[in-house]
Design a protein. Sequence first.
Length: 263
Amino acid sequence: MPKQNSLLALAIATLGLCCAPPAAFAQLPLPVIAHGGAKVSIVADGLHDPRGMAFGPDGDLYVAEAGTTPGIYTPPPGPPIDPATQTHDRCYINWPLGPTNGGYTGRISKISRDGSVTTVADGLPSVANNTFVGGARMGVAAVTFMGTHLYAITPGGGCSHSHPRDPNALLRVFPDGLSIPIADLGAYLSSHPDSKNPADTDFEPDGTWYSLVSAWGAFYTMEPNHGVMVRVSRRGEITLVANLWEKVKQIDAEHDGDKPTRR
């Protein structure tokens, strides 16, 4: 399969998983049940809202964690919305997802073969949404390796997530836990308008960056709220790979969600 088609297939699969409607998740077999004689055992515990994982060159498993930052309960009615404030680069998230509460509980842990857990990096930007709608947390979303070097994405940052000085970013993470930003992913969204309508109730100005893959000498990450997949070079240059909401609009002009499943 050509590289471009492989990337698009990966983007569609990722978008479909993270943006599936609640009804789709309600049909999943929860809790997970072992079938056919399979045995399920706990390898490690004590993780804080674990997200993406990657095996390192040392054979250990590295886990991204959203953290423990608590959300703020803000019941209805929400504040009135002035249409003039619904800009692409605004610094807040509309109720009911907002207001957000920022913290520094994002973390990356390493799980060794014997199940022991050690902290690789912590104190990374984290956020929690309004607990009225569940208080979903974001901190570190995914990790990957390029050679022996560890990288991560931090959707818990950004001005709209109560972190004006800590952007949503692709980070290089060093063995001593120090991390430096390679690319400002939130700034990319605010300076490159896409097919996501900023007046939508769930619009995320800084994005909810979800996955991270190292391939072909660069990084690829998905932002499901805006429906974009981007390539990030090792120097931090960001280029668009696919605008998936635009593709959906082409087959669902009425925006009712039916056309993609009709024939």
